[in-house]
Design a protein. Sequence first.
Length: 106
Amino acid sequence: MKDLASYILLTLFALLPPSVLATRMRRPSRMPWWAAFGLVIGLGWLLILGGALIKEGPESGAGHVTALFAGWAFALIWFLPWLGLYAIIHLIRSKSKTKKGSGGDS
C-alpha cells in the first residue's frame, strides 16, 4: 500500500509541469510565469516530500531529509525540459500565426 501511494505521488509529480504549462499556453493571462513556477516548485516539492515520507517512513533513512531540503531543486530540474518544449511549441505557433497573417501580401 505504501508503494502504491508513493507511485501515485510520483505520477502526479511527473504530470505537474505539463499540466501547468498547458494551462499557461491556453490562458497566459490567467497563469502568469510567477504562478507557474510557484505551482511547479511548491507543489512538486510537497509531492516529492510526501512520496519520500510514505515510502521510507520516519525511521528508515535520510531520503526524506534529502527530499525536505532539495525537493524544490528536483522539481525545478524536472520543470526545465518541459520549459524547453513549451518554448519550441510557442515558437512554432507564433511563426505559423505570422505566416498566416502575411501570406496575402505578396
